[in-house]
Design a protein around this ligand. Sequence first.
Ligand code: DX5
Ligand code: ZN
Length: 225
Amino acid sequence: MNRPIRIAPSILAADYSKLGQEVRDVTDNGADWIHLDVMDGHFVPNISYGPDVIKSLRPHSKAVFDCHLMIAPCDPYVEAFAKAGCDIITVHAEAGPHLHRSLQAIRALGKKAGVSLNPATPENVIEYVLDELDLILIMSVNPGFGGQKFISAVLEKARRINAMIGDRPIDLEIDGGVTADTAPLAAAAGVNALVAGSAIFKGGTAEAYRDNISAIRAAAESARS
Ligand code: DX5
Ligand code: ZN
């Protein structure tokens, strides 16, 4: 397993009054990807932001824009997120009846396609779409809010999905409650992409972000060696 570790700050935990600056600060201080949590108040019990906000952030960073759609339906909106500058677009397996179609639609727009699984969703829902996938996102909290506790029962699911991936070029990402304490557990289970909101944006300064990102990266790397 040699997929590189990717640290993906979730701007859900950033200061929304200065989002461009926050994105520049994490980009300049070790972030590999910018994780964008889109919530509709329907699929999840919270509302965040949409494609216009993402479009306005695009000029602030060259990092990969990793868009996590917590919306249902998702198909009518995928094109707007592609046009906004997202590089990876991830939909929830639970968000609609036609996961294969949604993934095909994302790739047809020239973007990388991801699927996310809620904590209670078993890995068998992705068995027949592996060839349509560039990323699998395992939720380690119930989606909707930052700052929740990591659900360690999903680590077994990560191990199983890592085995399903085999040699395919698919990133395995985890999201929710990731800290320097939980990142090594995920990395040991085969996860290579780590989303963190509150653990990265705590401190509120670029220097704090650098320390927080490097602590998570070092903890994850140590679990692999
Ligand atoms: C939850 C979001 C997460 C969230 C993670 O629905 O998908 O990306 O921002 O926040 P923390 O790292 O604070 O758990
Ligand atoms: Zn997310």
